[in-house]
Every structure is written in C-alpha cells, then in structure tokens.
Design a protein around this ligand. Structure first.
Ligand code: GFB
Length: 322
C-alpha cells in the first residue's frame, strides 16, 4: 500500500477547528506541499453531491476526517438534533466520496464518549457497544459510533484503507472559548481570566467537581493522527490519550493557579456532571510506539499563553473580556 508522503494530496476535512488546525500545523511543519482544505462556505460537508464534486475536482489521496459539530456538555445537552444530524451526514458523505474517488487512506476521528457510561476503567477499545451511553451526549455518541462502523463497513465490503482514532477530551491553542459550547478547560480558562481582569475573587465551576476526566493536548493528538496514518491499517479503532486523569475539582485548581492564583472555587451542583469517568486504556497505542509528550500543567500554561496572545480576536468573536 502507498505511504503518505510530503508531496501527497492531503485533505484535512475540518481544518478550521481545534483538531484540524493542529493537523494542518503539523503537516506544514513536516513540509507537506499539498494540504487541501475547504471552508464551510466553499463546501457543505453534509451535502453528498457537493462533496462528491469536490473530491472529483480535487482528488485527495489521504483524508483526515476531523470535521463535525462539536461542543461541551451544555451544547450537547441543548442541541442534540444538530449534533446527531450534522455529524451523521458529514461522516457518511466524506467516507462515501473517499471510496468513490479512490482515496488511498482515510483517518476518521471519533470521541471517547462512544463508550458506555458505566464501563470498566480504563476503557479498552473492545468495550464499544457493551452498555448504555451517557445521556448528556447520546445523540453525538451515536453519530460517532456510526462513523466507526462506516469505516469498518467500507473496509470490509470495498477493501478501503479507512481507520479510526478515538481521542480523549482535547484542549489547546485554537480551542473554542464560547461559554455556550466550550469544553471545560477553555470554559474555566476564560472564566478565571475574566474574574481576574474584573477584580472578582470567586469563580464558579459547574457540577460537583467529582467527575474524572483525561485531557490530551491537541498537538499530541495531531502527532498521533499522523503516526496512525503512517503506520496503522486495521479495522479496530485506536484509543488516543495520556492514560492519566484527575477530578474536575483538581483541574479547576490547576487552571486557577495558572490564570488567577488565589481565587476561590465555588461549585454549582445545579449544572450537569456528565459521565463519572472516561479514562482511556492506551496500551495498544503505547505498544505501537506512540506516547503523548505534553503534560497537563504545561499544556494548560501553553494554551493560556495562546489565549492571551489572541485576546483581540477572541474579544471580537465571542466577547472575551481582555
Ligand atoms: O468538557 P465538558 O463539557 O465535556 O465537561 P464532557 C467536562 C466536565 O467539566 C463536566 C465540568 O463534569 C462538567 O460539568 N465543568 C465544570 C464544565 N465547569 C464547566 C464549564 O464551565 N464548562 C463545561 N463545558 N464543563 C463532552 C461531551 O463531555 O465532551 C461530548 O458532551 C464530547 O460528547 C466531549 O465527548 C469530548 O467530558 O462532559
């Protein structure tokens, strides 16, 4: 089978998002010459005819399918129709077009919320579809599971080299800082930052503070995606994480210490906790020779530096107080 090379035609579907922009950065740093992208205005990935036309015109050889409607616990709970509709369509159109137009290899990105809410920890890949899902993100998780099954089905029926990676919760430069849709690290970073700027010493953290989460810096994820694109070609999806987790209370203290040392954390148990824990078992990826590099404290500090450097844009786009 052909190998991805710096002169390959590589389509990053979802290049403007947290993951897609990290993959583009990574490909550029490895001097890839033909990175194909399309904005939402240029290509509606939910439209099969438009996606087919785009593939016919642009002939990508490798595809990173990291596009989708994503968000944190609040967005998932309040916009379930968008989360299931957009994602099911985007996964189906891109996978189908990749098959029709002879893509050499496609990497599909899922999410750790595909696993049953109560499954044993750490979570092995084989635990997929062994129990009920976490209700706050079930529609999104069903779409993500459908994406894995699409890749497996096209592999079985048509011999396509389509693989899937399941990342744990992500964060990093380029994250979404809109409180209605952000994930916890971006949400807390913004809230502690604005409290400090406004001279406020109490900061609210949603839920009970007891759920446990694992976090992976998005540059590590981009590295893992390229690693798998180069070296993995089998049906079973691959977990991507650090293998370490902490409580949301501990995370909040870590963000506080970096952004607004001394502030008091106030829990709001009226907000949803979501899954009690979702720690991935990353032993298969470790056995292949990949391990994450960025520790959580360094990663949060790095993301906060990026946040401060981009305050102008963030203020214009979603009203961050500088
Ligand atoms: O990051 P988050 O929204 O994603 O929330 P999930 C993680 C935990 O942080 C939850 C708590 O227990 C939240 O209650 N949390 C505390 C906060 N303060 C905040 C806050 O200000 N904002 C947010 N957003 N959370 C999502 C799923 O689940 O994670 C998706 O809904 C997807 O399907 C994604 O899988 C990775 O880990 O709960």
């Amino acid at each position: 089978m052909a190998q991805i090379q710096p002169d390959s035609r590589v389509f990053v579907a979802g290049h403007a998002g947290l993951v897609g922009s990290a993959i583009v950065r990574r490909l550029r740093s490895e001097r890839f010459t033909t990175i194909l992208t399309a904005t939402r205005e240029q290509l509606d990935l939910r439209d099969q005819a438009a996606v087919n036309y785009w593939f016919k015109a642009n002939r990508p050889e490798y595809v990173f399918l990291v596009a989708g409607t994503v968000g944190g616990i609040w967005a998932n709970s309040t916009r379930p129709a968008e989360f299931i509709y957009d994602n099911m369509l985007i996964h189906a159109t891109v996978v189908h077009a990749a098959h029709l137009y002879g893509v050499a290899k496609l990497l599909y990105l899922g999410s750790s919320c595909i696993y049953p809410r109560e499954c044993p920890q750490p979570i092995r890949e084989e635990y997929l579809l062994t129990g009920p899902l976490e209700p706050t993100n079930e529609p999104y998780a069903v779409a993500k599971i459908a994406g894995i099954k699409l890749c497996q089905a096209y592999r079985r029926q048509y011999g396509c080299h389509f693989i899937s990676a399941m990342p744990t919760n992500l964060y990093g430069p380029g994250d979404n800082f809109d409180p209605r849709s952000s994930h916890v690290i971006a949400a807390l970073m913004r809230r502690f930052h604005e409290a400090r700027v406004n001279g406020v010493d109490q900061v609210t953290v949603w839920g009970t503070g007891t759920p446990r989460r694992e976090f992976l810096h998005v540059d590590d994820l981009a590295d893992a995606c390229l690693f798998l694109m180069r070296g993995y070609d089998a049906e079973l999806h691959v977990n991507v994480g650090t293998g370490q987790d902490q409580t949301i209370g501990e995370l909040a203290a870590l963000v506080r210490d970096i952004v607004h040392p001394g502030a008091e954390i106030v829990l709001d148990p009226g907000k949803p906790d979501g899954a009690p824990r979702k720690l991935l078992d990353v032993s298969r990826l470790h056995a292949m020779g990949w391990c994450h590099k960025v520790g959580l404290r360094d990663g949060v500090a790095d993301t906060y530096r990026w946040f401060c450097e981009h305050l102008g844009e963030l203020r214009r786009e979603n009203g961050v107080v500088a």
